[in-house]
Ligand binder design. Structure first.
Ligand code: 5RP
Length: 300
C-alpha cells in the first residue's frame, strides 16, 4: 500500500538547513562518495589518522622475519589495526573476511631481492581489487631509481584504473640504496606522487624538516617504519611524524618484529589517535610487556 499523502503528519524540519559535511582527509574533499567511504575505512573518522599495519614484505623478500606464519602472528593483531597493507595472496589465504578495516592491496611487483628492485610492473587488475573489496591499491615509485620512468608510469596507470572505480591509490616512495634519504629528496618524491594523482603517499620519516615534506604534499602522508629499531625509538619516530603533519603510520617490521607486537601496536595507537607523548606510550608498552612476561612465567 502506498503511504497516504498527509502533510500534517510529516516533519520536513523546515527551520533546519541541510549541512554540507566537511570531509576531514587532506586533499580529498573533491572526490566522489565511494572513494570517501573507502578512505574512511583507512583513516579513523574521529582523528582522520590511520594505524596501517604493513605486512606486504613477502612480495619481494619471501617469508620475512615475523611474517613466516601470518595466521599465527598477524591475525591476532588485526583488531588493533585501522587498515592493513598486504598482497592479495596473503589476504585470500589467511585474513578472515570478517576483518572490518581498510584493505590496501599491493599492486606492483616483479623483481625479488635477488634483482634490481626498481624494475617493477603493475601486478594487480582493478577487477580483482574490487572483488577483494580493496579500499586502496599500492604501488612502489622509485624516484631517481634505475627504472624511475617505468615506476612512475605504473603509478599513473594505476591511478587511472583505480579512479574509475573510486578506489584510492597509495604511492610508496621507495628509496634505492644509492639515494640519500633526506627531506629534500622526500619532498621531491612525495610531491611527484601527489601531482600524478596518488590519493595518499607512504614515505619515510626524516629529521630535520619532515614538516616541509608533509606541508608540500597536498594529500595525506603515512610513514613506513623501516628496519627494526628499538621500540622506544620507533614510538618517538611515530610521534614526531604525526606531530609534524603525517596522517598516521604504515608500519610493519617495527610492529611485528617488536618484543611484544600486541603491546607495540597498542602503544602506537595511543600516539596516532590519542596524541600520547612517546614517553607515556613507551611506559604503557613496558607495562604490557611486564604483564605478558608475568603471565607467561605463571604458565610454565
Ligand atoms: C616496501 C614496503 C614494504 O614492503 C613495507 O610496507 C614496509 O614497511 P616497514 O618499513 O614498516 O617494515 O612498502 O617499501
Amino acid at each position: 500500500m502506498p503511504e497516504p499523502e498527509n502533510k500534517e503528519e510529516k516533519n520536513f524540519y523546515l527551520k533546519r538547513k541541510q549541512k554540507n559535511q566537511v570531509f576531514p582527509i587532506k586533499g580529498c574533499h573533491n572526490t566522489d562518495w565511494g572513494l570517501k567511504n573507502r578512505l574512511s575505512r583507512i583513516f579513523h573518522p574521529r582523528t582522520g589518522r590511520t594505524l596501517m599495519l604493513a605486512i606486504d614484505h613477502g612480495y619481494f623478500q619471501g617469508p620475512t622475519t615475523g611474517l613466516e606464519r601470518v595466521d599465527v602472528t598477524i591475525v591476532p593483531l588485526l583488531k588493533s589495526a585501522d587498515s592493513l597493507m598486504l598482497t592479495r595472496g596473503i589476504l585470500r589465504a589467511v585474513i578472515p573476511p570478517t576483518y572490518q578495516g581498510g584493505i590496501v592491496l599491493r599492486a606492483s611487483g616483479g623483481p625479488s631481492i635477488l634483482k634490481e628492485l626498481s624494475n617493477e610492473n603493475l601486478a594487480l587488475d582493478m577487477e580483482e581489487a574490487l572483488r577483494l573489496n580493496a579500499s586502496a591499491v599500492a604501488v612502489q615509485v622509485f624516484i631517481g631509481g634505475e627504472y624511475e620512468t617505468q615506476t612512475v608510469s605504473n603509478l599513473t596507470k594505476l591511478v587511472d584504473a583505480a579512479t574509475r572505480y573510486g578506489v584510492a591509490t597509495l604511492a610508496v616512495t621507495a628509496v634505492g640504496r644509492q639515494l640519500t634519504r633526506d627531506a629534500k629528496y622526500l619532498r621531491l618524491a612525495c610531491r611527484i606522487c601527489a601531482e600524478l594523482g596518488a590519493t595518499l603517499v607512504k614515505t619515510y620519516y626524516v629529521s630535520p624538516d619532515f614538516e616541509t615534506v608533509t606541508a608540500s604534499c597536498p594529500v595525506p602522508i603515512v610513514i613506513a617504519g623501516g628496519k627494526k629499531i628499538p621500540e622506544q625509538e620507533a614510538l618517538i619516530m611515530a610521534y614526531n611524524a604525526v606531530q609534524q603533519g603525517a596522517a598516521g603510520v604504515d608500519m610493519g617490521r617495527n610492529i611485528f618484529q617488536a618484543a611484544n607486537p600486541y603491546a607495540m601496536i597498542a602503544a602506537l595507537r595511543l600516539i596516532v589517535h590519542e596524541n600520547f607523548k612517546p614517553e607515556q606510550a613507551y611506559q604503557f608498552y613496558q607495562e604490557r610487556l611486564r604483564k605478558t612476561e608475568e603471565k607467561e612465567s605463571q604458565e610454565i
